[in-house]
Write a protein that binds this ligand. Structure first.
Ligand SMILES: C[S@@+](CC[C@H](N)C(=O)[O-])C[C@H]1O[C@@H](n2cnc3c(N)ncnc32)[C@H](O)[C@@H]1O
Length: 259
């Protein structure tokens, strides 16, 4: 079986569409997993995934890469806090926010913390989605080892977390502000009327076509004037064609006026 057939098989068996992922990168990661299993044939490896849950979990882990941390790139979160959110909040006191590909929840909880600080008690809608069901479970629990919290100030740690074991658990006040659900950015329909969409450090794994499609769908999902927040190392080259205006390299506003 060749790699293309393998991808089709993964889709058939597990509903995971690997078509939109950059092929070379993806293949390298899968080949290294196969090597670890002394497996040289994609057909045999696919059977192994079907028969062995542990192997499937390892495979999904490798494909999804769910590294994250609170306030990842703190200097950019600072811009969000001091420049982007105040403008959005001026027009609308209760925002609808989507953290797309939220991994362990550090990202949507960071958003919830900032929003709580900017307007205590305000009930914003914060949705957080990912393709990895295991990581979504962890996110819902809200427990983090110290390494995920290195950008959390002492004040925030005291105010929004409780020590537990070797780490910290997020306070229910913040935890309950975020609704987690499964969503595949490459296959599932997108929601509507978001004021802020945060999609960071996932499009780097997707092909250029898939990236453009995503940015187009985010545009449709945003309210006019809404903002898309992307990863520190990403850029949206065709932002003008897609209808965005660039606020800074990481923030793009849906530029059309209200209908
Ligand atoms: C590196 S993490 C980024 C986490 C967070 N956004 C951040 O920047 O810290 C990438 C996440 O994308 C998720 N992911 C990968 N493919 C996806 C897809 N097709 N749809 C939704 N999420 C996906 C992975 O499960 C993983 O949790």
């Amino acid at each position: 079986m060749d790699f293309l057939e393998f991808k089709k098989g993964v889709y058939r068996q597990f509903g995971l569409n690997l078509e939109g992922y950059k092929e070379k990168q993806l293949k390298r990661r899968i080949d290294s997993l196969m090597q670890g299993r002394q497996c040289q044939d994609y057909g045999r490896y696919l059977r192994l995934l079907v028969e062995n849950e542990e192997e499937l979990a390892r495979f999904l882990d490798k494909v999804t890469i769910n590294v994250s941390e609170f306030f990842r790139n703190p200097e950019i979160f600072e811009i969000l806090e001091t420049e982007i959110l105040p403008v959005l909040l001026r027009d609308k006191p209760r925002l609808k926010v989507w953290s797309a590909a939220c991994a362990n929840g550090a990202e949507p909880y960071s958003l919830a913390i900032i929003l709580e600080e900017l307007g205590p008690g305000m009930k914003h809608v914060i949705e957080a989605t990912d393709i990895d069901r295991k990581i979504l479970q962890e996110a819902r629990r809200g427990y983090y080892e110290a390494r995920f919290l290195k950008n959390v100030s002492r004040d925030r740690l005291k105010r929004f977390f409780q020590p537990e074991g070797k780490g910290y658990v997020i306070n229910p006040q913040i935890r309950d502000r975020v609704v987690f659900r499964y969503h595949d950015l490459l296959q599932d329909p997108y929601g509507r009327n978001y004021d802020l969409i945060v999609c960071r450090n996932v499009t780097i794994y997707f092909t250029m076509e898939a990236q453009n499609l995503l940015y187009r769908k985010f545009f449709e999902a945003l309210n006019p004037g809404g903002v898309l927040f992307i990863g520190a190392t990403e850029n949206m080259l065709r932002y003008r064609d897609l209808g965005y205006e660039k606020i800074s390299p990481w923030f793009y506003r849906r530029a059309d006026t209200k209908k």
